[in-house]
Design a protein around this ligand. Structure first.
Ligand code: ASP
Length: 437
């Protein structure tokens, strides 16, 4: 049990504040887009000024916490586990489940997209600026890059996989170092608490940050941009919702045997963070906090599964790739074979490994997928206009996948505290905070 300094305000009120911030930010953004877009004052001082500064500072504060939090939390988690075999088992389960859920997600997306067939008869004159294709890393390179040649360099660059590898080794070494290792472990446990307090401080600023981020996005995007791509947009949102709610509800009810409503209710702030930042990576501090303290997954599991998931598990992104591939094939009048669909599933699933969860990364991976099935990558230019909004939704699905798989693994490892899961007040930021270790 640890004392939290953020007292008085229960987390429910923080959740409510964040929700209000999201809705009012969206409304204001739409208003600006419709009526004040050309007004220089609004552009200079609001969207390009105040909102931009507050939103960017908020995202940067979150990112600032990612590396220290992941490293310290993972060292604590591995040391608390104290068992290399268990670590290997958890790692294996995480990898299999993350790949499985991603493959499932893209299969669902392909099925829906092929059935509804968006894009047939679409006017290619809507084409936006040409899309520049960036190289996606090969699987061999991802494996090589997993081992850092310099851990500080990996931390400075925020490369998640090498940081995870270094932290795992560090934690194992602490366990092996006996008594001396214990001192280091105790220090890290204290440090972990200090870093969590920093996260709480940033979370308190969330309503302002979320408001500004959402207002800026909607002011820039508007809703009119969706209209020419309405079919694509709706198919995408349906597939995202079906997987994000349907699949995860099934997995949670069948294998974790928990009430999915409780799960979704408790992860709302995490979803809001993911939605407004469009980055699973920047959401890691909140995801870790939510999975551990609200859902009751012990740190020995969550400290590993959450950062790993934010890096390699992208169900929402895979869904986008499935729907986008079918859409682009339809627009260009290309018939995809069953073999092509299987290639799409395989490529998208493997491409998600080693591609960090940052805004827009899905499009880079989409280029790789299109290339594999011989579709023109320029097709990405057709959908790029609505991608930011969809990115926000799919990032929320991505982090929901991370939380679901964390619960699945924790349940199978007997590392899930059901009292915490079932307690509506658990982990709420007021007075005492339970920190499962
Ligand atoms: N923005 C997504 C994420 O951070 C990745 C993507 O689909 O572009 O999870």
């Amino acid at each position: 049990m640890t004392e939290s300094n953020i007292t008085e305000k229960p987390q429910m009120s923080l959740t409510t504040k964040i929700m209000i911030a999201m809705i009012s930010g969206a409304l204001l953004g739409i208003l600006i887009n419709l009526f004040f877009k050309e007004v220089a004052f609004v552009e200079t001082y609001l969207t390009g000024g105040l909102f931009n500064v507050v939103g960017t500072v908020f995202v940067k504060s979150l990112k600032m916490m990612v590396v220290p939090l992941v490293f310290v939390s993972l060292v604590c988690g591995v040391t608390a586990l104290g068992d290399v075999k268990a670590l290997g088992r958890i790692g294996g389960k995480a990898l299999v489940l993350y790949l499985f859920t991603t493959a499932l997600a893209i299969s669902i997306a392909l099925t829906i997209a092929v059935t509804i067939s968006p894009g047939a008869g679409f006017e290619t004159s809507e084409q936006a600026a040409p899309f520049e294709v960036k190289e996606a890393p090969s699987l061999a390179q991802v494996i090589i890059d997993m081992v850092p040649k310099n851990p500080l360099e990996a931390m400075a660059e925020g490369n998640m996989l090498p940081i995870i590898v270094f932290a795992l080794l560090f934690g194992i070494a602490i366990t092996l170092a006996g008594d001396r290792g214990r001192h280091v472990y105790e220090f890290f446990t204290d440090l972990n608490e200090v870093i969590m307090q920093m996260v709480y401080i940033i979370m308190k600023l969330a309503p302002y940050g979320v408001f500004c981020l959402i207002a800026t996005t909607f002011a820039k995007q508007g809703i009119d941009i969706i209209l020419p791509l309405l079919a694509y947009f709706l198919v995408m949102v349906s597939a995202l919702l079906l997987h994000g709610i349907g699949t995860f509800t099934l997995l949670l009810s069948l294998f974790v045997r928990v009430n999915p409503f409780t799960f979704f209710k408790k992860i709302r702030p995490m979803l809001a963070f993911a939605f407004s930042t469009a980055s699973s990576n920047a959401t890691i501090p909140i995801s870790l906090n939510t999975v551990q303290e609200r859902l009751g997954v012990k740190q020995s599991v969550s400290s590993f599964t959450v950062p790993l998931g934010a890096t390699i598990n992208m169900d929402g992104t895979a869904i986008m790739q499935g729907v986008a591939t079918v859409f682009i094939a339809n627009v260009y009048g290309v018939d995809l074979t069953v073999g092509d669909y299987l290639t799409v599933i395989l490529t998208a699933t493997l491409a998600s490994i080693g591609t960090a969860g940052v805004p827009g990364v899905g499009l880079i991976m989409l280029a790789l997928v299109l290339d594999q099935v011989g579709l023109p990558v320029e097709g990405i230019a057709l959908i790029i206009g609505v991608d930011r909004l969809l990115d926000m939704i799919r990032t929320a699905v991505n982090v929901t996948g991370d939380a679901t798989v964390s619960c699945l693994i924790a349940k199978s490892e007997k590392a899930m505290d059901m009292d915490i899961f079932n307690d509506p007040q658990a982990g709420i930021i007021k007075g005492k905070v339970t920190t499962p270790t």
